[in-house]
Ligand binder design. Structure first.
Ligand code: ADP
Length: 484
């Protein structure tokens, strides 16, 4: 039972059903009200019109009676004729009553000579311009006095009873026709409402279908709703969202294939190395060692790739995990360089730091260290022996700037945009040699973007590269950003 009610409630909450109901009621209620008012007014009007008509005939006959002296015994065929005419014309009865309440004339000839005692008639004698109209079943009884104008006395009364049967029949027929008309209008309104609510709600079904398609995993869905401007907006936003999801989907697939490819290479070389060891017998220990060293190197490489991937996932997750604190950036850079100096010395690369001013900024120390470390490491990795790397730190009232310049191999202009992509390496062989995974700059950029900073690169092949990093001194979190 409860489920049934829930189902009904659910249906009633449907926009289509509500639209249908509202349209139907708005269309029908005025018609019904108008019909009721019309019928009432019309019926009232016909009765009162008929009353007036009979009343005027009544006046004529009462004047005629007064003038002809009919009540004082004078024969008047004119009066009799008039009474018969009225009684025929209105399927009614005319009675003429004299001062003694005797019925002088009854067109039905049933009561002539009898006495009629009725309140209305008695009242007629005390009031010259009295007029009574009583409805008794299908009849209306009019009672009016016969007044002698010259003496201003009431001589008697005229009682006209006429049938309203025809009027009631007419009334019924009008009622019947009106009900038929209302029914016809109701059917028309219902059909129009059904059609319109269907037209209005149909595009919404399209929206649901498109969303269902996406849920099922299709990302190349487009929505075209050209019916209403509001829906046009929805479909535009929807298509934008789909475009974004589609891009993300492609990026995800690319990423997975890149990762697999990157992990396959070390695995393939390990397999080659171990296969060759297994296929030979009596291999000298030195060769074993050499092969195992190679295998270990490949394992290290895989570990490096996996570590980079994990860092990337952590950075990608969200900025809520940001451990923001006030950090002395001068010190941070000095420490980084101290750790990297031994590597630089190996290739006789001059590594210098120039700080223009003391800088304290609200940053996530670990993330910024990873980012800057990557940039400085790259500057050394893609450098010539005996080259130089120059790190400078500066700041204004809003941002601090770290510039990493090197005298290295440079990056060709046409790939300068691509170096920030995951797994992209300009020179695969060289990058592999130096243990590069192609993830470093992607990681760096993510870390900088989490701080709402920016990174730019200027480079000339064989001359060197400059990366400029700009980071706000005060961290603006997601919540603050949303509040502005
Ligand atoms: P990798 O792990 O290969 O170093 P990165 O994402 O750090 O990956 O860098 C991507 C590519 O950009 C590198 O393979 C290299 O070709 C190029 N690159 C990065 N930094 C420099 C630089 N300072 N000088 C020249 N080339 C660079």
């Amino acid at each position: 039972m409860k489920e049934k009610w829930n189902e009904i409630w659910y249906q009633l909450r449907s926009m289509r059903v509500q639209l249908l109901l509202v349209m139907f009621l708005v269309g029908l209620i005025p018609v019904v009200l108008f019909s009721i008012i019309f019928i009432r007014t019309y019926n009232g009007q016909t009765i009162s019109q008929k009353n007036d008509e009979v009343r005027s005939y009544g006046n004529v006959i009462s004047n005629l009676i007064a003038n002809s002296g009919y009540l004082s015994g004078t024969d008047s065929t004119e009066v009799e004729k008039e009474a018969e005419e009225i009684s025929n014309a209105y399927q009614g009865r005319v009675m003429i009553i004299d001062q003694n309440l005797n019925i002088v004339k009854d067109t039905y000839e049933m009561e002539t000579g009898n006495t009629l005692i009725s309140t209305e008639v008695i009242q007629c004698f005390s009031k010259k311009d009295a007029f009574f109209s009583n409805e008794i079943g299908d009849y209306i009884q009019l009672t009016m006095p016969i007044t002698d104008q010259s003496t201003d006395t009431v001589l008697g009364a005229v009682l006209i009873t006429y049938s309203t049967k025809n009027l009631h029949l007419l009334e019924e027929s009008i009622n019947y026709r009106t009900i038929l008309l209302i029914l016809a209008i109701a059917i028309c309104v219902l059909l129009i409402s059904m059609l319109y609510s269907y037209i209005v709600s149909k595009p919404l079904q399209k929206v649901t279908d498109s969303i269902d398609n996406i849920t099922r995993g299709e990302t190349d869905v487009t929505m075209e709703l050209k019916t209403y401007s509001e829906l046009l907006k929805i479909s535009e936003s929807f298509n934008q969202m789909i475009g974004y999801i589609h891009e993300q989907d492609i990026a995800r697939k690319d990423f997975v294939s890149n990762v697999s490819h990157e992990l396959k290479t070390p695995l393939a070389s390990m397999k080659v190395l171990s296969d060759s060891l297994l296929s030979q017998k009596g291999i000298p220990e030195d060769l074993y060692r050499e092969f195992l060293v190679d295998i270990t190197e490949e394992i290290e490489r895989m570990t490096q790739i996996i570590n980079d991937l994990l860092s990337m996932v952590k950075l990608d997750k969200n900025s809520a995990k940001m451990q923001v604190e006030s950090v002395n950036v001068n010190e941070l850079l000095e420490n980084l360089l101290k750790r990297l100096r031994p590597i630089a010395q190996k290739r006789n690369i001059e590594l210098t730091l120039e700080s223009f001013r003391p800088v304290v900024a609200e940053i996530d120390q670990v993330k910024i260290s990873i980012a800057l470390n990557n940039l400085i490491e790259n500057a050394m990795k893609y450098n010539y022996d005996d080259g130089w790397v120059k790190v400078t730190l500066n700041a204004d009232h809003k941002f601090f700037y770290v510039k990493i310049q090197d005298s290295g191999v440079g990056i060709p202009e046409d790939v300068q945009d691509k170096v920030f992509e995951r797994f992209y390496r300009v020179d695969k062989a060289r990058s592999r040699e130096t243990g590069g995974t192609g993830l470093g700059l992607a990681l760096t950029r993510s870390a900088i973007l989490l701080h709402r900073g920016s990174i730019k690169l200027y480079s000339k092949e064989k001359e060197g590269t400059t990366f400029t990093v700009r980071i706000p001194l005060n961290y603006v979190g997601q919540e603050q950003l949303a509040a502005t």
